[in-house]
Design a protein around this ligand. Structure first.
Ligand code: ZN
Length: 68
């Protein structure tokens, strides 16, 4: 019986990073939708998540603006 003494030889994260939905964290397939929020672009899995992100971003922007 061989116990693994080191984790060094375990392949970790050598695969391409999986992309997940910015809204619900589910894995993105080929149907990923890119949404521009402010200066950055995020990817979501569906239109609903895109709308949710946009709403959240708009609310955050509004809140920030209101404080001024
Ligand atoms: Zn999603």
């Amino acid at each position: 019986m061989i116990l693994s003494r080191s984790r060094d030889d375990q392949p970790e994260d050598h695969q391409m990073k999986k992309t997940t939905c910015a809204a619900c964290d589910c894995e993105l397939g080929r149907e990923a939708i890119s949404v521009k929020l402010g200066g950055k672009t995020v990817e979501v899995c569906c239109e609903e998540c895109a709308a949710a992100l946009k709403e959240a971003d708009a609310a955050a922007t509004a809140a920030t603006t209101a404080k001024n």
